[in-house]
Design a protein around this ligand. Structure first.
Ligand code: PMT
Length: 417
C-alpha cells in the first residue's frame, strides 16, 4: 500500500481535536483515538478535569503521541496556548463522550475549562457523541441544550445509541460505537456536493441459476459498489444501493435493495432510474443466464459425461439506461459505468463510454492482485466527457469512490443548471 494516494480520504492528514468529557464511556475515547490515528488523522486530545477520573491522560498521550491538554490555568503546561492554537487550526473537533454537564456548559457559552474554551475558539465543525443515563438524556433541559447546539449549524450529533448503560439501565444514552463516530467524522470532512441529490449505486455480482443448487456467478465482492454508496451518502445524497448477493453489511443511512439475478437488477434499477440524479453501475452483471434453469437439481447420472448448458443473453442494464435517456432527450440521470478489463483498459473504457451512452466510464484493470475483484484497494482510469482521462493511483476503495464522485458530482451539478 506504499503508493496510496493520500488526497481523497477524508481523515488522512486532517487535524482532529478529541475532547473527552467526564463519564464512564470516557474509556472508549482511547479506542476512538486509535481508530482516528489508523485513518491517518493527526489527533490531539483534550480532557476535562472530570474525564481524568475515568481515563488517564497518559493513555491518550501514548496513543496520539502528543501531550494531552487538561488544565486551563496550569502555567507549567504548554497546552493552554498550544491547544487554543490547535483549536484554530483544527479541521474537526470531536467530543466523546459529551456529558450532560458539557452540553449544558457548551449551550450556555461557558469557557470554564480548557475544552469548553477551545470549543468557543474553534471555527471547525464539531461532532458531539453524547453519553449519559437514559433519564438524563431524555430530560427536557438536556434536549433543549442539544437542540440549541445543533441549531447553530456547525455542531453535529452522532448517537447516542440505544442499549445497556453502565447505570444498569437500558435505553438511549449509550455512546455511539467508536467506528460509527469515525464514520460520522469522515462525513463531516468530505464535500457535501451531492446534498439533496438522489443517487443509485449497483454493487456485487449477480447469480444466474442453473438449477436449484447451482448458479453462474463472478468474483465481485461488492466492496467497490458499497464504497461508492457510502461515499455518496457521506456527500449528502439520498442513496439507494441495488446489490447482488454479498457478505457485506449495509452502509449507514443507505436504502438497500437486494437482488439475485441480472433480470431482477434490471427491474430494480430501471423502475427507479427516472428519480435519480446519478446512477453508478459498479455491479458485475452477468452477461448470460441459463436459457432455461432446471426446476429440479440436475443429476450427474442423467446429464451424461459433458453436459451442455444453453445460455441466453441478459439485458445490458447500463446501455438500456443510456438509450432511454437519449430517447427522452434528458440530461439526467448522469450515468457512470465501469469497464472491468484484463487488457487495453483505457481503449475499452472509451469504447464502452460511447457504446453504452454514459457520461463516465471507470476503467478497472481486474488482472492485478491489488485492484479489481474482492480487494480492499483499487486503481482506476476515469474516462469522461471529451474523452478526458483521470488516473486514480492505488488507493483504498473508499478513496477511489470519492475520486469517482468528484468527477460525477461536477457533472450532476452541471446537468442541474
Ligand atoms: O465488487 P468488487 O469485488 O469490489 O469488484 C469491483 C468490480 C471489479 C466488480 C468493479 O470495480 C467493476 O469493474 N464493475 C463492473 C464489472 C462489469 O460488469 O464490467 P463490464 O465491463 O462487464 O460491464 C460494463 C458496465 O456495464 C458495468 O458498469 C456493468 O455494471 C454494466 N453492465 C454489464 C453487463 C450487463 N448485462 N449490464 C450492465 O449494466
Amino acid at each position: 500500500m506504499g503508493d496510496l494516494d493520500p488526497r481523497a480520504f477524508p481523515l488522512r492528514g486532517r487535524r482532529v481535536v478529541l475532547g473527552v468529557g467526564g463519564g464512564i464511556a470516557a474509556y472508549k475515547a482511547a479506542e476512538l483515538a486509535r481508530l482516528l490515528m489508523g485513518a491517518g488523522a493527526e489527533v490531539r486530545a483534550v480532557m476535562t478535569p472530570a474525564a481524568r477520573e475515568f481515563l488517564t491522560p497518559l493513555t491518550l498521550q501514548t496513543l496520539t503521541g502528543h501531550p494531552v491538554g487538561t488544565d486551563l490555568f496550569d502555567l507549567g503546561q504548554e497546552s493552554e496556548i498550544g491547544h487554543i492554537r490547535l483549536a484554530e487550526q483544527a479541521d474537526l473537533v470531536i467530543v466523546a463522550p459529551a456529558t450532560a454537564d458539557l452540553l449544558a456548559r457548551m449551550a450556555s457559552g461557558m469557557a470554564n475549562d480548557l475544552l469548553t474554551t477551545l470549543l468557543l475558539v474553534t471555527r471547525a465543525p464539531v461532532l458531539l457523541a453524547p453519553a449519559m443515563n437514559v433519564h438524563m438524556w431524555s430530560h427536557e433541559l438536556v434536549q433543549e441544550n442539544v437542540r440549541r447546539l445543533v441549531g447553530l449549524g456547525r455542531i453535529h450529533l452522532v448517537g447516542p445509541d440505544d442499549g445497556w448503560l453502565a447505570c444498569r439501565m437500558t435505553g438511549p444514552g449509550r455512546l455511539a460505537e467508536p467506528a460509527d463516530i469515525l464514520e460520522a467524522a469522515g462525513r463531516l470532512l468530505v464535500p457535501h456536493d451531492l446534498a439533496g441529490r438522489s443517487v443509485l449505486v449497483t454493487a456485487g455480482p449477480t447469480h444466474e441459476a442453473l438449477d436449484p443448487a447451482r448458479y453462474l456467478a463472478n468474483r465481485s465482492s461488492g466492496k467497490m459498489g458499497y464504497a461508492l454508496a457510502r461515499a455518496a451518502a457521506a456527500r449528502g445524497a439520498r442513496v439507494t444501493l441495488v446489490t447482488g448477493p454479498t457478505a457485506l453489511a449495509a452502509p449507514l443511512g443507505v436504502a438497500v435493495v437486494r437482488v439475485t439475478t441480472a433480470l431482477e437488477l434490471e427491474a430494480a434499477v430501471s423502475s427507479r432510474a427516472a428519480e435519480q440524479d446519478l446512477v453508478v453501475m459498479a455491479a458485475a452483471v452477468a452477461d448470460f443466464r441459463a436459457a432455461r434453469a432446471a426446476t429440479k437439481k440436475l443429476k450427474k447420472a442423467t446429464l451424461g459425461a459433458t453436459p451442455t448448458i444453453t445460455l441466453a443473453e441478459n439485458p445490458d442494464v447500463l446501455a438500456g439506461l443510456g438509450r432511454a435517456r437519449a430517447e427522452r432527450g434528458a440530461r439526467l440521470p448522469v450515468l457512470v459505468g465501469f469497464a472491468a478489463e484484463t487488457g487495453r483498459v483505457t481503449d475499452e473504457a472509451r469504447r464502452k463510454l460511447v457504446a453504452k451512452g454514459c457520461d463516465l466510464i471507470v476503467g478497472n484493470d481486474v488482472s492485478r492482485r491489488d485492484a479489481g475483484f474482492a480487494t480492499d484497494t483499487n486503481r482506476v482510469t476515469i474516462v469522461g466527457p471529451g474523452k478526458k482521462l483521470a488516473r486514480v493511483p492505488l488507493a483504498t476503495k473508499d478513496e477511489v469512490a470519492h475520486r469517482i464522485l468528484d468527477a460525477a458530482a461536477a457533472l450532476v451539478s452541471a446537468a442541474r443548471k
